[in-house]
Design a protein around this ligand. Structure first.
Ligand SMILES: [Zn+2]
Length: 177
């Protein structure tokens, strides 16, 4: 496996709608290696999610995994995901992005979703997500549509460099989590 280079805001691939992956292409050795490399890259950079456009591949593939204080999410690979909103309540919380390094901003997201996708083996999966899991899915789904979290921020005044975020916005007991 390899750690891939993550592209940053300004790279055109982040603004493209990604291509759906055919079942034949999904099971190919090169796509399976891409998924393995995306998982390794996400862990290397302490991400909780990574979408293929962030590693210069305009394909509808996202990987998610979290063991942090905001919630535990097992390794999840979503190919060609489709999202249905189950609860239109919007919850605002902080987000960051490996393609927009060292920034944090407050982003409203739907509370609860249903996702239909393929897993990495091409098997159809359906799952329901809420809270932090639903937030991460919406963040990654946006990447597949050529969007980033800044596009979803209603108020850019919360956009903060990481050091200032930790100094001014985080409660002291959470500053190191
Ligand atoms: Zn991101």
């Amino acid at each position: 496996m390899s750690i891939l280079k993550v592209c940053h805001l300004g790279h055109p691939v982040l603004r493209m709608q990604s291509q759906r992956v055919s079942p034949e292409s999904l099971t190919s050795a090169s796509t399976q290696k891409l998924i393995d490399d995306m998982l390794e890259t996400m862990v290397e950079y302490y991400g909780v999610g990574l979408a293929a456009p962030q590693v210069h591949e305009s394909l509808a593939i996202a990987v998610i995994e979290s063991h942090g204080p905001r919630g535990t999410i097992p390794i999840t690979v979503l190919v060609n995901p489709e999202v249905t909103v189950l609860d239109e309540e919007l919850i605002e919380d902080w987000e960051g992005c490996l393609s927009i390094p060292d920034f944090r901003g407050r982003v409203p997201r739907w509370r609860k979703l249903r996702i239909a996708a393929l897993d990495r083996n091409g098997k159809k999966i359906k799952l329901t997500a809420e809270g932090f899991f639903a937030r991460v899915i919406q963040h990654e789904f946006d990447h597949l549509m050529g969007k980033v979290y800044l596009d979803r921020m209603p108020d850019l005044r919360t956009l903060s460099h990481l050091a200032e975020f930790q100094r001014y916005w985080l409660p002291p007991e959470k500053a190191n989590s």
